[in-house]
Design a protein around this ligand. Sequence first.
Ligand code: HEM
Length: 415
Amino acid sequence: MRLGEARRALGFASELYGGKVRGLVDVHVRHNEFARLRSVVDPYPVYEAIRAAGRFVETPNGHLATADHAIAEQVFRSRRFGVVRPGAKPVDNAFDRSFLTRNPPDHTRLRRLVAPAFSPQRLVVFEDLVEQTVARLLDEARSAGSFDVMDALGMPLPVAVINALLGLPEPEGTALAEYGATLGTAAPGFRSMRHAREVMVAAQRLNRTLADVIDARRADPGDDLISHLVAAEGDGAEAIRADELVPLCRMLLIAGFETTVGVLGNAVDALLDRPDQWELLTADPGRAAAVVQETLRFDPPVQRTGRVSFDDTEIAGRPIAAGQWVNVLIGGANRDPAVFSDPAVFDLERTDAGAHLAFSSGIHRCIGRPLAELEATIALRSLAERMPGLRRAGATRRGNSTLVRSPLSLPVRAG
Ligand code: HEM
């Protein structure tokens, strides 16, 4: 690591440890519910406490947070809120998350360029790939008898799909997904100096490999997303600038990987805890789509996101000043009893699951939603068809991210 990078890592780490001390004061001295989210394994009781405290609560650093479904939806859909404060200093290119963190018109320009890759026509192509990949992975897993759902299916499936989407050659694709996963662990902040260093090394390798693939597609284009983006390179109103290519590809990789891993893992985890629900699925594997929606509601992979107010405004009678950030607690909004009956119950026969906000809403709603739902539905349907006797072979292990919820390890026996 070069000196400048070492300094940056140090800065991040001291901010992190300072944050931890402040966090303890916030929880134990000021009794701030939001601050508890930093340390809990199960965030759902905290969301309940936040909702009980009001439609908005103040966070220790002066932001607002909400676990109220109606407010969350209103904030997501309002054109008076954005994902970055107007005029804010641009982030370091290494951490730039492309149009996920851009307001219009840049957001509109870049999102439009990738949208065709997620069209229904393209999805048909992915359907075959997902079916074949799932069949191969489950054959391998069954022959092993005991396996880890995350290693055997949860991680390799989204990697195969993102490789195909971006047109990444093996073995670059697998390595890139690993770098992307490491980078994704930094979203809620660095845990330690070592973590900061790992993330920086992964970022450098990821950027270098993506830049090489982009160069290769410039010379020899194919029918993949990177080739289409390279063809749109330029300075015009509809074009992508050369320095926007790596951040965009990197964001797609990160946005599409850990989240899809999460929905697969959270679904299997919930089903194995509830034999009656697993039996409903094995009796009719066509219910897999309902399992996916109920998992996205009950235990969404992306637990929260944020919006900042562009001007002085008001929501549900509460004045919100220009520049005020609102933390939208998706995991909390998805259990709001004003919208969902018995919200803490995982029930794949419920009829209200579709109102979940797991993909947010408004102009930043997840562009990869159809792809993620396709992957998760085929994977869960095939699992139920091929391994109806699936049972646990050990405890689920979860990571400590409070932003992305996903098992790290889920040991099972094929049955
Ligand atoms: C179950 C899996 C997934 C979940 C839960 C998920 C969740 C989300 C959420 C909550 C957002 C909105 C963030 C915000 O409003 O601030 C988002 C945006 C996005 N997602 Fe996903 N995502 C998933 C899968 C994917 C996949 C497979 C891809 C692509 C390969 C993808 C690409 C994106 C992109 C590009 C955005 C930015 C959209 C924008 O800012 O306009 N996601 N996702």
